[in-house]
Design a binder for this molecule. Structure first.
Ligand code: ADP
Ligand code: MG
Length: 232
């Protein structure tokens, strides 16, 4: 037991350090970005592309830092009883706007009889957003992203299905490795983050994919496991 406590303390120390380092990096980055923007406005138009690239790369560093921070913090969660359907409904406007910007369609298929589960609202939103964005990024215009909830055999499932490019078989076991990405602007931290969020909710994630047809990510929450956890 003593060892376990020590491990938890070290973990939270790492999380705290990550948070303060992140803060120290972000502040100068914001200053750099501000001045680059200022210089860009006064520069010759031939140079605008260079400045645009500098700013895009700064934004990318910022994105990596946010994702990394969420992953490193891994903090003891404040969990509350909540409804997966309500969380999805909250996120709907954001997801719809995102899909529409790409010319894509968002479909919701929510199971009506949904028992509440213990969730950290913010984290489940982050998980949903990451999986939905991945799905959209895998599709071209006219793609359809389907978000579904299912309650079956004591388990609650959140399914995110796209009709995008799919994932080659040999890449399937790399998906959850930190920094694995096939995108020029990717961080490779989205799925590792989703996995750690699912695990903190006593859940798991499975991926099903067919190249050229699409991909479905299934997050499974075990209602009974969650009750056991509540009781202890
Ligand atoms: P990122 O999105 O920054 O690349 P992720 O961890 O979210 O990082 O995803 C890792 C990789 O997994 C992606 O680069 C992509 O190759 C693959 N991937 C994830 N989701 C999908 C999807 N829905 N369809 C196809 N490939 C996917
Ligand atoms: Mg991603």
């Amino acid at each position: 037991l003593r060892n376990e406590v020590g491990r938890m303390e070290r973990l939270s120390l790492v999380g705290q350090m990550a948070a303060s380092i992140t803060h120290e990096i972000r502040n100068p980055m914001a200053v750099i970005r501000g001045f680059v923007q200022l210089i860009q406005e006064r520069s010759e138009s031939a140079q605008h592309d260079y400045f645009r690239i500098v700013m895009e790369e700064l934004d990318r560093v910022n994105m990596i830092i946010s994702d990394f921070l969420s992953l490193a913090q891994n903090r003891a969660l404040t969990m509350e009883m909540g409804s997966l359907n309500d969380i999805i409904a909250d996120m709907r406007p954001l997801l719809e706007a995102d899909a529409n910007l790409r010319g894509q369609t968002l479909l919701l298929e929510l199971c009506e009889e949904m028992p509440p589960i213990m969730v950290n609202d913010r984290e489940i939103k982050q998980l949903l957003l990451n999986l939905a964005r991945n799905g959209m990024e895998a599709m071209d215009e006219k793609g359809i992203l389907t978000i579904a909830t299912v309650f079956e055999g004591g388990a609650i499932e959140l399914r995110i299905a796209d009709v995008g490019v799919g994932i080659p078989q040999e890449k399937m076991n790399k998906l959850f490795e930190p920094f694995f990405t096939t995108k020029t602007r990717g961080t490779g931290l989205g799925l590792p983050l989703c996995l750690s969020i699912a695990e903190r909710h006593n859940g798991r994630i499975d991926a099903y994919s067919t190249e050229g047809e699409g991909t479905t990510f299934v997050v499974t929450f075990n209602v009974h496991m969650q009750e056991v956890r509540l009781a202890t």
